[in-house]
Write a protein that binds this ligand. Structure first.
Ligand code: NAP
Length: 217
């Protein structure tokens, strides 16, 4: 049976990704707890900003599962602030939440995927990480997310010629209860459901060859 790793599995996007990969017959190991009825999912509480704890968790998954075919690293979060309102601590906090939580899992997994000879890693970027115009007012968030694009590029450089690929999914606005509560007047029909994003990730995981690494939805 193929194995997928999902971080932030109890979050909005994470849950949808777990549901999709379970439905497709994957065994899913994740961070975050889900009800026992989610058969085939094995969750752990791990602080992914802790490099050692993250590495130990990835090792335990590899030991148990043998191989990991794909990883979807959804942990991340948002912070407001223009340049005047953003200090280096704010930037460090956002880098810890959006980059380090991904890097601490991607790094040991990348080495495993090179050994296996195949694998895909998905980061969740954002429009603010891609375009400084969309980063106005969310300076620390935009800077932190931008590093995920660079990380995916570095992985693809190091893995050149092998079947190990990194992608960055760039959602517009995810249709979540939190977004609905904070933007009550918005047209929710233009937003992307977590299930739609999960479908997209799955299709890339199944056929990564020849695809562009940045997936703007
Ligand atoms: N929502 C949007 O419109 C939008 C748009 C563009 C990009 N994104 C990105 O999409 C991704 C998923 O968004 P979402 O709405 O699904 O987020 P979410 O519901 O807030 O889920 C994030 C999950 O990450 C976990 N987490 C936070 N810090 C952690 C840590 N140090 N170690 C382990 N787990 C940690 C949280 O667990 P706890 O709750 O237990 O802390 C939560 O379950 C994020 O990277 C976000 O930046 C979102």
């Amino acid at each position: 049976m193929k194995t997928a790793i999902v971080t932030g599995a109890a979050g909005n996007l994470g849950k949808a990704v777990v549901r999709k990969f379970l439905a497709e017959g994957f065994s899913v190991c994740g961070t975050g707890l889900l009800p026992a009825a989610w058969t085939g999912y094995e969750g752990n509480q791990v602080d992914l900003s802790d490099e050692t704890a993250s590495g130990d968790w990835v090792s335990s998954v590899i030991k148990k599962q043998g191989t990991v075919e794909t990883a979807i690293l959804t942990v991340g979060g948002f912070a407001m602030g223009d340049i005047e309102g953003t200090g280096t601590k704010d930037i460090a906090d956002q880098i810890r939440l959006n980059l380090e939580t991904a890097y601490n899992v991607a790094r040991p997994l990348f080495l495993q995927m090179l050994k296996q000879g195949r694998g895909t890693i998905f980061f969740i970027g954002s429009q603010a990480g891609l375009d400084e115009k969309k980063s106005k007012g969310v300076v620390a968030y935009g800077l932190a997310k931008s590093l995920l694009f660079r990380l995916a590029g570095l992985i693809n450089e190091e893995a050149a010629g092998r079947e190990v690929r990194a992608f960055v999914l760039v959602p517009f606005i995810i249709d979540t209860p939190q977004n609905r509560a904070s933007m009550p007047g918005a047209d929710f029909s233009t937003w992307q459901t977590p299930a739609f994003l999960a479908e997209t990730i799955f299709s890339y995981a199944m056929a990564p060859g020849g695809k562009e690494p940045v997936i703007v939805i």
